[in-house]
Design a protein. Structure first.
Length: 64
């Protein structure tokens, strides 16, 4: 369904992850984080963004 659907899934999973964190349910949080990471990776792949690109950005924030 394209990038619109992929982005929608990231937003949906981010919300569900936040709710699980607020409720303090670790097992549910782990499941929701797995879903969120999966959908983020799908967006990354569709956008030709490599995990290395993200790690580089995170390292630059840490050292700056």
């Amino acid at each position: 369904e394209g990038m619109d659907r992929m982005a929608q899934k990231v937003i949906e999973e981010a919300g569900e992850t936040s709710i699980a964190a607020l409720r303090g349910d670790k097992e549910h949080l782990v499941r929701e984080l797995a879903d969120l990471w999966y959908h983020v990776l799908v967006v990354m792949a569709a956008s030709e963004v490599r995990p290395e690109d993200v790690w580089r950005e995170l390292r630059s924030r840490r050292s700056g």
